[in-house]
Design a protein. Structure first.
Length: 88
């Protein structure tokens, strides 16, 4: 199943600057594995060595914040991968 993945500027360097890509998978973990096959390094940018979403990265599936890589994805869903901004 294919889903649209919207990427923040934090990870676009892995996709050649593309802000929108397509990926497949039934969970966020499967989606990230698929994206990493096509865009090497993108997974490590957003997921740490313990297979957890990095604290400064956020995933939204169907406009709902998802903090677990087991979060399900359905056909036609849109996933947003966003980096948190900091500063003062």
């Amino acid at each position: 199943m294919s889903v649209k993945v919207h990427l923040s500027s934090h990870v676009r360097s892995y996709t050649g600057g593309q802000a929108l890509v397509e990926g497949t998978g039934g969970t966020l973990a499967e989606l990230m594995a698929d994206l990493d096959r096509r865009y090497p390094g993108i997974r490590f940018r957003v997921i740490d060595e313990q297979d957890r979403i990095r604290p400064h990265m956020n995933f939204f599936v169907r406009e709902t914040l998802a903090r677990d890589l087991r979060h399900p994805i359905r056909p036609g869903d849109e996933v947003h991968i966003l980096g948190a901004l900091s500063g003062g």
